[in-house]
Design a protein around this ligand. Structure first.
Ligand SMILES: [Zn+2]
Ligand SMILES: [Zn+2]
Length: 326
């Protein structure tokens, strides 16, 4: 199944590249960039497809059963901008340019050392005949990694400073999933990439996994009064389940529902809230106004200031006593 889809996709991108990108590069005398442009086109199309799928799933649900109705939606547009930036490859493009030399050096070093990371298929060779089972195992492991990354985002002070950008939104919609500090996005990409590499996810399956996680993540942020029922709530993260996580700050209740795809981790580590009547308001009362209603740049800046404060606070010697009156 993956091979056919992959083949069709490659054919389509090749066709589009020859039709639109190649003539343009030729016209501006930038044919040296052909390979980079091709890679970017890949990012771009995949991101576009992702947005289309997410809108097709989430938009009707938000219209059907909204939890909240707002007079103005200007702060929602900021989240739309976040989504476009991260999905259409603009951020990956910047990261690519910045990290290119570092990446080459790292890969060169790995190749020189002769180190090949062990993969799950080496331990369980029969998985090669069961690609869907293998896919499910990769998803479970990656989701476990996401659960712990998310818990660290809430417990490590500098990481929370970054993640607070995500939690500041009071008008949460399916676009809010992409509302993150760019440093946080970069860390997330490395975290996910390293785990995927370590367990040996085949490159062809990687986009399928990313798409699955992104659609569920976007859906879990939807402004929709939707729970998946007693059993469903325990199997897949629903809009209700994740809303409780976003309500923790305004609700005065801490540390619930960190899971990204499967609530089983919250169940296991006792951080789950399965009360199906709960649709709290979202937001972080301690967030500065710039983080709540500012545009992209102001939010990034406010997040960076929070990060700086968290980092410099940490450097103070542990024995230092607060000065009276401060
Ligand atoms: Zn969170
Ligand atoms: Zn969230």
């Amino acid at each position: 199944m993956f091979e056919t889809l992959d083949g069709l996709y490659t054919e389509f991108t090749g066709w589009l590249f020859e039709l639109a990108i190649q003539p343009l590069l030729y016209a501006i005398g930038a044919m040296d960039w052909a390979e980079d442009a091709y890679n970017w086109l890949d990012f771009f199309l995949f991101g576009l497809l992702q947005i289309v799928v997410i809108m097709a799933v989430c938009w009707p649900l938000e219209q059907w059963k909204p939890v909240e109705r707002w007079k103005t939606r200007s702060v929602v547009w900021t989240d739309v901008f976040y989504t476009v930036l991260s999905s259409l490859g603009l951020l990956p493009l910047i990261a690519f340019v910045l990290l290119y030399s570092a990446e080459e050096r790292i890969f060169g070093w790995i190749a020189d050392s002769g180190f090949i990371p062990p993969t799950i298929e080496e331990f369980l060779p029969w998985l090669r005949d069961w690609p869907l089972v293998a896919l499910a195992i990769y998803v479970v492991i990656l989701d476990f990694g996401e659960y712990w990354r998310h818990r660290f985002q809430h417990t490590i002070p500098w990481w929370w400073a970054l993640h607070s950008v995500h939690h500041a939104q009071k008008q949460m919609t399916y676009w809010t999933d992409a509302r993150n500090h760019i440093i946080d996005d970069a860390i997330a990409a490395v975290w996910f990439g390293v785990i995927a590499l370590a367990i040996g996810v085949p490159p062809g399956q990687f986009p399928v996994i990313v798409m699955l996680l992104k659609v569920i993540e976007a859906l879990s942020h939807a402004n929709a009064r939707i729970s998946f029922g007693w059993l469903g709530e325990r199997l897949v993260v629903s809009p209700r389940f994740h809303r409780v996580h976003h309500g923790i700050l305004s609700y005065g209740e801490h540390g619930k529902n960190y899971a990204v795809l499967m609530p089983v981790w919250d169940w296991m580590f006792r951080t789950a809230n399965f009360d199906r009547s709960r649709y709290p308001e979202t937001g972080d009362p301690t967030a500065p106004e710039a983080l709540v209603t500012g545009g992209w740049l102001r939010q990034q800046w406010a997040g960076s200031v929070r990060l700086w404060r968290a980092l410099t606070k940490r450097r103070r010697p542990a024995t230092a006593k607060p000065v009276a009156g401060n």
